[in-house]
Design a protein around this ligand. Structure first.
Ligand SMILES: Cc1ncc(COP(=O)(O)O)c(C=O)c1O
Length: 406
C-alpha cells in the first residue's frame, strides 16, 4: 500500500482565504440584496499598464510567426528580463547582483513555498507571528515544523517571533538560534516595515549564527519613506546570508499574469556548497520557465513608460491606504501600516476576536476584511484591510464602517 506525506495531515484548517471565501459566499447567498465590498484578499483591481499590454500584444504576434516563435524558455529566465532586473532593481539601488544570480519564476508564492526544498529537514525555522501563511505551511509540508500544539496554536519545532504593538511589529532575535529565518518587509499582514539600520542587524545576526534569511520583498514598490532598504542586498554582507523573493504581482498588477523571481547570490554557501547551484538545479529540474510573452511583459515594466505607469498604479493604491488609515482613525480605531505597504492592520474594538470582528463587519457593513488571527496567534484581536480595491469602493467601505456604533 502506498503511503502519503503525513506532514500534510499536520496542516491546520484550510487555507485562510478559502475559509473567508466560504463564509462570504454563504452570506451573499443568504443576503442577495446586500452589496459586499471586498477588502480582504490582497488582489489588485487595476488593469495592466498600457506599456505592459503593448508588450504582451507584440510578444503574442511574435509567437504567430515561424521566425520569431519561441518554444521552451531558458530554465532560469530570458536574459533580457534578468538584465533589466539586475540593472533596475539592484544596480540602481547600489546592490551588485549578477544576472546569473536571478531566477525567473511564475511568482513569489511558488518560490517561497519551494525554496525549502534545498534545505535540510532538520533545520530550525524562525518565522514572524503573524505571518504570510505560505512560509509556515510549506515548512509543515516539508516536515520541518514538528507537531501542532492546539493549546498554543503553534508547531513544536518552529521558532515564532511575535510582531506586536509592544515591539512596533518588528521581530526580535529569538532566544534559540534558528537556521532559516523568514522575513517579509514591507510586511504582509501588518503593513509595517523595518528601517535599513535594523535590517542590517538581522543580516549581522544571521551571519553570526550561520542562518540563512529568506527575505520576501514582494511589497518593495510601496516604500514611501527614506531609510528603508528596497532590497536586502543594500545591507552589508547580505549576499553571504540572504535569498530574496520578488514578485510582479503588487508593483505591476501581475496577480493573474504570473511572474516573479528569486535572487540566490553566488556568495551564499553552506560549507563549500553553493546555494545558487542547488536552486539552479531545482529550478531546471522542476520548472520549465515562465512564458515568453509574460517575460516580455515583465521587461516592459522596466521601460520608461512602464515605470511611470506602474508608479501611478502604486500611488492609486496608496491613496486608498491613506483613505482607510485616516478614516479608521477618525472613527476611533487604532491602526498600523498603510504608509509603506498596501495593508492596514487595525486593532479590533472592544476586545472582539478577529473572527468576531470579521463576522460583525460582514453582517453590519457588508465589508470583507481578513481576520488577523488567520496569520498566526499574535494576530488575534487584529484585522487586515487591503488598499487594493477601487477608490470608490474603499471610500464607501470606510463610510459604512464610520456609521457603525463601535
Ligand atoms: C508576502 C507575500 N509574498 C508573496 C506573495 C505572492 O506573490 P505572487 O503573486 O508573486 O505569487 C504575496 C501575495 O499576497 C505576499 O503577500
Amino acid at each position: 500500500m502506498f503511503q502519503i506525506n503525513e506532514n500534510y495531515l499536520k496542516l491546520q484548517g484550510s487555507y485562510l482565504f478559502s475559509t473567508i471565501a466560504k463564509k462570504v459566499k454563504a452570506y451573499a447567498e443568504n443576503n442577495p440584496d446586500k452589496e459586499l465590498i471586498r477588502l480582504g484578499i490582497g488582489d489588485v483591481t487595476l488593469p495592466l499598464a498600457p506599456a505592459v499590454i503593448k508588450a504582451l500584444h507584440s510578444a503574442v504576434d511574435e509567437m504567430a510567426v515561424r521566425e520569431t516563435f519561441r518554444g521552451y524558455a531558458p530554465d532560469l529566465g530570458y536574459e533580457f528580463l534578468r538584465s533589466a532586473i539586475a540593472q533596475n532593481d539592484f544596480a540602481r539601488r547600489g546592490a551588485k547582483i549578477g544576472i546569473d544570480e536571478i531566477f525567473i519564476s511564475d511568482g513569489a508564492k511558488s518560490d517561497s513555498g519551494n525554496i525549502g526544498e534545498i534545505f535540510g529537514r532538520e533545520n530550525r525555522v524562525a518565522i514572524c507571528d503573524p505571518v504570510y501563511p505560505v512560509y509556515l505551511d510549506s515548512n509543515v509540508m516539508d516536515g520541518r515544523a514538528g507537531e501542532y500544539l492546539p493549546e498554543s496554536g503553534r508547531y513544536s519545532r518552529v521558532i515564532y517571533m511575535p510582531c506586536t504593538e509592544e515591539n512596533d511589529f518588528l521581530p526580535r532575535f529569538p532566544e534559540e538560534a534558528p537556521d532559516m529565518i523568514y522575513l517579509c518587509f514591507p510586511n504582509n499582514p501588518t503593513g509595517m516595515t523595518i528601517p535599513k539600520t535594523e535590517l542590517q542587524k538581522w543580516v549581522d545576526y544571521a551571519l553570526s549564527v550561520g542562518a540563512v534569511i529568506i527575505y520576501d520583498a514582494a511589497y518593495e514598490a510601496y516604500i514611501t519613506e527614506e531609510g528603508i532598504a528596497h532590497t536586502i542586498y543594500e545591507c552589508e554582507g547580505a549576499d553571504r546570508c540572504a535569498i530574496e523573493l520578488r514578485s510582479f504581482s503588487k508593483n505591476a498588477g501581475f496577480t493573474g499574469t504570473r511572474l516573479g523571481y528569486t535572487v540566490v547570490p553566488k556568495n551564499l554557501k553552506c560549507g563549500d556548497v553553493s546555494l545558487n547551484a542547488l536552486w539552479a538545479r531545482r529550478h531546471g529540474t522542476k520548472f520549465n520557465g515562465a512564458a515568453y510573452i509574460i517575460q516580455r511583459a515583465g521587461e516592459a515594466v522596466y521601460s520608461e513608460e512602464g515605470q511611470r505607469e506602474t508608479a501611478e498604479q502604486v500611488a492609486y493604491y496608496m491613496r486608498n491606504a491613506a483613505c482607510i488609515r485616516e478614516g479608521l482613525e477618525e472613527a476611533g480605531y487604532t491602526v498600523y501600516g498603510g504608509v509603506n505597504a498596501p495593508y492596514i492592520w487595525l486593532k479590533t474594538p472592544g476586545k472582539m476576536t478577529s473572527w468576531e470582528f470579521f463576522d460583525y463587519l460582514l453582517e453590519n457593513a457588508n465589508v470583507v476584511g481578513t481576520p488577523g488571527s488567520g496569520f498566526g496567534p499574535s494576530g488575534e484581536h487584529f484585522f487586515r484591510m487591503t488598499a487594493f480595491g477601487t477608490y470608490e469602493n474603499t471610500k464607501a467601505a470606510i463610510e459604512r464602517i464610520k456609521k457603525l456604533s463601535i
